[in-house]
Structures are given as structure tokens and as C-alpha cells.
Design a protein around this ligand. Structure first.
Ligand SMILES: Nc1ncnc2c1ncn2[C@@H]1O[C@H](COP(=O)(O)OP(=O)(O)O)[C@@H](O)[C@H]1O
Ligand SMILES: O=c1ccn([C@@H]2O[C@H](COP(=O)(O)O)[C@@H](O)[C@H]2O)c(=O)[nH]1
Length: 209
């Protein structure tokens, strides 16, 4: 398969990256979605009371070798078995999801721009930029509702590792972005500009003829 493009969407936790991808998927029919979160290394000994004993907000928290291998395979027209991640138990799930190659790959996560080798595979780089207070409120709500977390553990983790990690490893990668999107998935103007481009590159050979 020719012309396989990778669009990377980076930005802080709770900035709205996943929401952007959901909005894109309502209009762009067919693409491979790779959440960087699926490539977290397992840390099953972690729970609410020792949440900072593993730093999930460090570039080495991810299995970058497997990520590179998988992105390169998809970009070369090969299929992969994508891992799945369990946020409640902080570990990789047993099951994987088979992905067949498609013309468009969307790769999303907090540290998608940290690794130079992985970065070299990207055709378009977007950074979602949302103020810290808004990101924290969204994260607190989400982690308590969906990720089995207590309010105390979210606050503790945020102050000890998430916030420092954001300034050390995420914010500086904004300089790699081709486009910066303020306020994420509810920025209708940004989506209006981006979606036709994504629609075009996700078309199959047959549709292009
Ligand atoms: N612009 C927005 N306004 C209000 N809530 C939003 C907005 N963007 C995202 N959210 C909500 O904030 C939470 C985190 O957003 P999400 O897209 O998962 O962020 P990320 O993937 O960057 O961590 C979700 O519950 C989502 O519904
Ligand atoms: O087991 C885990 C794995 C990750 N985290 C936190 O998740 C965010 C990244 O996910 P977003 O969806 O982009 O918010 C990261 O800041 C980690 O701290 C976790 O708490 N537990």
C-alpha cells in the first residue's frame, strides 16, 4: 500500500487529544488509531496508595521499541497486534487488537514527540494546548469516574509527578508541532481545517481513481 501517512497528536493529560480523535472519527471513515497509552509498560504493583512509585509521566514509561516497530510496520503496509492497557490495574491486558494497514494512522498521547526515531515517522504533528487548571479538572473527573482512582491519589500524583513531568517532558515538545490547537476537541474551527485534509489522505486507492 502506498501513501500511508502518520498524524501525531500530542499535548498534556486532559488537554482533549482523545476528544479530537473521536470528533475526527465521526467524519473521517477509516483510519488506524494508536493511543500511546496502549504502550505503557506494566506496573501492576501500583495502587491508589503508592501511585507515585512508578512515574507514568516519563518518556521511559512507554515501550518505545515496540511502538516504533508497530508504527513502522503499519507505515510499511504490514498488520500489527496492538496491545491494550488497563488503567485501573496499571498493566497491559492479555488481549491485543489486530490492525490491518490503512492510509491514515492517528497516533495520540502525552509523549508522542519525545523519541526522535518515532518522531521521524510522522507526516503531520499537532499539539493540543489547554491551560493547566482546565486539564487538571478534566483529569480529576475522568480518573475518579473511569480509572478507579480516589481524589487524594489524583491530587497527590498530579503535584508529585504529572505537573513536573508536563513541564520537563511535554511542554518543550510543542516546538516540534506543525500546528498548535488551543482547547482540543471543541475547537470547531481547527477541526474544520483539519478534517478535509484527513479525509483526503484516508481515501483508498480505489476512491482516488
Ligand atoms: N473542550 C472541552 N470542553 C469540555 N470538556 C472536554 C473538552 N475536551 C475534552 N473534554 C473532556 O475532558 C476529559 C479529558 O479529555 P480527553 O480528550 O480524554 O483528553 P486527553 O486525551 O488529552 O487526556 C474527557 O472527559 C472529555 O470529555
Ligand atoms: O497506569 C497508569 C497509566 C497512566 N496514567 C496517567 O495517564 C496519563 C496519560 O493519559 P491521558 O489519557 O493522556 O491523560 C499520564 O499523565 C499518567 O499519569 C496513570 O495514572 N496510570
Amino acid at each position: 500500500m502506498e501513501d500511508i501517512r502518520v498524524i501525531a497528536i500530542g499535548g498534556g493529560s486532559g488537554s482533549g487529544k482523545t476528544t479530537i480523535v473521536r470528533k475526527i472519527s465521526e467524519i473521517v471513515p477509516d483510519f488506524n488509531f494508536i493511543p500511546q497509552d496502549n504502550y505503557y509498560k506494566s506496573a501492576e504493583y501500583i495502587n491508589n496508595s503508592n501511585i507515585t512509585a512508578f512515574n507514568f509521566d516519563h518518556p521511559e514509561a512507554f515501550d518505545n521499541d515496540l511502538l516504533y516497530e508497530h508504527l513502522l510496520a503499519l507505515k510499511s503496509g504490514k498488520s500489527i497486534e496492538m496491545p491494550q492497557y488497563d488503567f485501573v490495574h496499571h498493566r497491559r491486558k492479555e488481549e491485543t487488537v489486530p490492525l490491518e494497514p490503512k492510509h491514515l494512522i492517528i497516533f495520540e498521547g502525552i509523549m508522542v514527540f519525545s523519541d526522535a526515531k518515532i518522531r521521524s515517522l510522522f507526516d503531520l504533528k499537532l499539539f493540543v494546548d489547554t491551560p493547566d487548571d482546565i486539564r487538571f479538572i478534566r483529569r480529576l473527573e475522568r480518573d475518579v469516574k473511569e480509572r478507579g482512582r480516589t481524589v487524594d491519589s489524583v491530587i497527590n500524583q498530579y503535584l508529585e509527578v504529572v505537573r513536573p513531568g508536563h513541564y520537563e517532558f511535554i511542554e518543550p515538545t510543542k516546538l516540534y508541532a506543525d500546528l498548535i490547537i488551543p482547547e482540543g476537541g471543541f475547537n470547531d474551527n481547527a477541526l474544520r481545517v483539519l478534517i478535509p485534509f484527513m479525509k483526503e489522505i484516508s481515501r483508498t486507492e480505489e476512491e482516488k481513481r
